[in-house]
Ligand binder design. Sequence first.
Ligand SMILES: [Zn+2]
Length: 259
Amino acid sequence: MIFANMTAPELKLVDRENTFVLVPLAAVEQHGPHMPTGTDTILCTELAERLEQKLADQILLLPTLWPGASAHHLRLGATLDVQLVHYISLLEDLCLSLLDDGFRRIVLFNGHGGNIDPLRVALRSIQLGYPDAQLVGGCYWSPAQAAINALLTGQHHFVGHACEVETSLMLHFRPELVRASLLEPAGGLVPDDVDGLYECKDMCQRTRAGFTGRPDLATAEKGAQICEAILQQWEQTLNKLKQQPLGTFYDDFSADLMM
Ligand SMILES: [Zn+2]
């Protein structure tokens, strides 16, 4: 089901308790010399649309929210940023619109690293007011990380930025947007973790040219396999989430736990 294609009376008939409202979160920001600024929006939208097509009776798909929290890219230019406090408020407002309309299972389907921290804050801030709702959020690649890693050739076994994964997916979805003659290794990624502590640095400090990993190893075939792995895993993950009751207290959730 596609939210923006439906009328108000049609949306009124949607099962509030058993439908996942899928909210694609993306960004428009620099993606190095070889990938377009709209990469996250294009990839996240494609995957969300394919997931909706696969599970149309269980998913109500919202339009992709293309503005993202991208301050860590600003010094590289070609980046549209929404400040963290505004982005958190924006997510809260969208979730509240859905919750006050009765929807009870919300999934923030994120395609941009900079959105991870604010989406968690937004969910935490609204959860107290709606403890009976299932509020979920995370990156589209996270549930499928193990399957994705098995498909990668390069040493970077995580989804970075304009990397082997993102470039492969783009070669699968929109090959004409990849500047193939400019594909090259990113060089080392400066870590942001020191003995488990988060050391905050922006992309100018962490990358040589605004991207990570081995986009030069990307292929359309790998992209097709990664896409399939993500869709298969999300079907399983949504099934798992659907088995979770909508509850308010421990006893609602603890029945299946090993005591
Ligand atoms: Zn991004």
